[in-house]
Design a protein around this ligand. Structure first.
Ligand SMILES: Nc1ncnc2c1ncn2[C@@H]1O[C@H](COP(=O)(O)OP(=O)(O)OP(=O)(O)O)[C@@H](O)[C@H]1O
Ligand SMILES: [Mg+2]
Length: 278
C-alpha cells in the first residue's frame, strides 16, 4: 500500500457507506427492497439518500409517491461546479427523511450519464449522507459496473425462479472475475414463494454460504408499491417489514467502511473480463 492509498483510505473512512441493489434478472424486487431499506435506515435516524440508478425505467419515485422536478440528467449541467448546496437542489425529500435523486424522465437521457458523472455524484452524496442506497437496473451494463465498483456492498437479489437463479449464478461468476465478490451478498426475495426450487436449495445452487431471506407477501408488497407508501411505514408489524428492519440493522452494524476502489485511469468493462479469461 503506498502513501497515496493510505491518505485516500483515511479520507474515505469519514464518508458514508454505499450499498447497491443489483440483479441478473429484472422484476425480482430491487426497487421494493432498496426503497424499504432506505426508509428503515432513515427511521433509525441515519441520514440516507437513495439514488435511482435504473436510468431508463426508474421507479423509485413511484414507490415513494414523489413527482420529480429535477433528475440526475438535469444535474449534468452543474457537474463541474457540483457541491452539496447545488446538489441539494436536485434532491427530493420524502416524509420518512430519505432524500431521493431521481432517474431521468425519458429513457433516452440515460446515456447522458457517464461513469465519471456517476463517480462525482456518488462522492458528493457520500460526503453528506451516512448511507447512499442505489437501486440499479438488472444486468451488468457499464452504468451498473461503475456503481458496483464504487459501492461498499453489493446486494444481489434473486427469487426462486429457475431463470433468475441460473442468471444469478452466471452473474456471480462475472462478479468474481471483476474482483467484486468479497463485497457481494445475496438476497433471496420471495424465499417462501410457490416454486419447485426451495430456499434451502439455493445455497447449493449458487454455491454461497450466507443468504438473506425476504418472504413472499404479494398483498402487502403490491399494495404498498401501487399506493406509493413503503410497507415498513404502512405495515410496520408485518413479517416482511421485520425482515427488512433486520437486514437494515445488519447493514449498519457490519463494519464495511472499507476502502472504495477508485479506477480513474483504469476502466473496467465486461470486455476486460473476456480478455482476462481468454
Ligand atoms: N417479497 C415480495 N413479495 C411479493 N411480491 C413482491 C415481493 N418483492 C417484489 N414483489 C413484486 O414484484 C414486482 C417487481 O418488484 P420490483 O419492481 O421491486 O423489481 P425490480 O427488480 O426492481 O424490477 P426491475 O428490474 O424492472 O427494476 C412488483 O410488482 C412487486 O410488487
Ligand atoms: Mg426496479
Amino acid at each position: 500500500m503506498d502513501v497515496n492509498e493510505v491518505i485516500h483510505e483515511t479520507t474515505e473512512r469519514k464518508k458514508g457507506e454505499m450499498i447497491v441493489f443489483a440483479s441478473a434478472k429484472g422484476g425480482v424486487g430491487k426497487t421494493i427492497i432498496s426503497v424499504n431499506i432506505a426508509v428503515a435506515l432513515a427511521k433509525k435516524g441515519f441520514s440516507t439518500c437513495i439514488l435511482d440508478g435504473n436510468f431508463q425505467f426508474g421507479d423509485v419515485n413511484l414507490a415513494l409517491d414523489l413527482q420529480p422536478k429535477l433528475t440526475i440528467s438535469d444535474l449534468i449541467h452543474d457537474i463541474d461546479s457540483l457541491n452539496s448546496d447545488i446538489l441539494s437542489n436536485y434532491l427530493q425529500k420524502h416524509e420518512s427523511g430519505v432524500k431521493v435523486l431521481s432517474a431521468p424522465v425519458k429513457p433516452e437521457y440515460a446515456d447522458l450519464i457517464t461513469p465519471p458523472v456517476i463517480e462525482r455524484v456518488c462522492d458528493e452524496l457520500l460526503e453528506n449522507n451516512r448511507f447512499l442506497i442505489v437501486d440499479l437496473s438488472s444486468g451488468l451494463s457499464e452504468h451498473n459496473i461503475s456503481f458496483m465498483e464504487k459501492a461498499n456492498k453489493i446486494m444481489l437479489i434473486t427469487d426462486l425462479e429457475m431463470a433468475a437463479l441460473k442468471n444469478t449464478k452466471a452473474m456471480l461468476k462475472t462478479i468474481k472475475a471483476l474482483d467484486l465478490e468479497e463485497k457481494t451478498k445475496i438476497i433471496i426475495n420471495r424465499g417462501d414463494m410457490e416454486s419447485v426450487i426451495k430456499f434451502k436449495d439455493t445455497k447449493n445452487i449458487l454455491n454461497v454460504e450466507d443468504l438473506y431471506f425476504i418472504s413472499d407477501n404479494f398483498k402487502v408488497v403490491s399494495k404498498s408499491f401501487n399506493i406509493g407508501i413503503p410497507f415498513v411505514m404502512s405495515k410496520p408489524k408485518e413479517k416482511i417489514s421485520n425482515e427488512i428492519g433486520n437486514l437494515a440493522v445488519q447493514l449498519y452494524r457490519s463494519n464495511t467502511l472499507v476502502k472504495r476502489r477508485r479506477r480513474r485511469h483504469k476502466k473496467t468493462s465486461l470486455f476486460s473480463v473476456f480478455k482476462k479469461n481468454k
